[in-house]
Design a binder for this molecule. Structure first.
Ligand SMILES: [Zn+2]
Ligand SMILES: [Zn+2]
Length: 221
């Protein structure tokens, strides 16, 4: 059985949500939760029963990606995963580190079932996602990579046309440079960012130009 990756595109401030249909069904990121009912409907329209969603993998702790975790885990019984450095943010509902305050919202605490670390493997079936710890946008930001298929989920680390901001709590431009250098070494055919359209034509261009942009910024500073 192959796998299918559906983009449930973010509306407004909401992050993209990716629905992965494989032997296991997983979501990557949850959006703010503001559009929870529409998201569930969207999942059903893809022929997936929300109750079959096993995993919700968060790329990082920001509210636009995790605000929906609470409702999703209640509605579907899915397990919640995030990098170990940001587990506490979700479990305590930290409104500052999650940036919920910037959205004028509060993060509802949610239990984390699995704290992720560098090089962990999340096996979904045809797709096996390797956890890459890529700090810079936040300290616990991760990317998820399947080297065989060349699939890379990047959260807010890098977009098809742009790079993550580093001026929010725990952000670091120098760490983001190091993370992007690392991502530029990977085999990538399809790039799935946390906002905006995916890039399955020339993802190396996205990775290259994001790094070039950051390096230019650093020279100017
Ligand atoms: Zn975001
Ligand atoms: Zn973010």
């Amino acid at each position: 059985m192959g796998c299918r990756i559906h983009l449930l595109a973010g509306v407004g401030f909401d992050s993209n949500v990716y629905l992965i249909e494989d032997e296991k069904i997983a979501l990557i990121d949850a959006g703010t939760g503001r559009l929870h009912d529409a998201l569930m409907e969207n999942v059903r329209e893809r022929g997936v029963d929300p109750e079959d969603i096993e995993l919700l993998i968060n790329t990082h702790c920001h509210y636009d990606h995790t605000g929906g975790d609470h409702k999703l885990s209640e509605a579907t019984g899915c397990r919640v995963l995030i990098h170990e450095l940001e587990q506490r943010v979700l479990e305590e509902g930290d409104n500052v580190l999650s940036c919920a305050v910037l959205f004028g919202e509060r993060l509802r605490p949610v239990r984390v079932h699995r704290a992720l670390r560098e090089n962990d493997l999340i096996e979904l079936g045809a797709l096996a996602l390797r956890v890459l710890h890529t700090p810079g946008h936040t300290a616990g930001s991760i990317c998820l990579h399947d080297p065989d298929r060349g699939v890379l989920f990047t959260g807010d680390t890098v977009f098809t046309d742009g790079v993550g901001r580093t001026d929010l709590p725990t952000g670091s431009a120098s760490e983001l440079v190091a993370s992007l250098k690392r991502l530029n070494q990977l085999k990538v055919r399809e790039l799935y960012p946390g906002h905006g359209p995916p890039n399955d034509r020339d993802p190396r261009r996205s990775l290259r130009s994001a790094l070039d942009f950051l390096l230019t910024q650093h020279t100017i500073e």
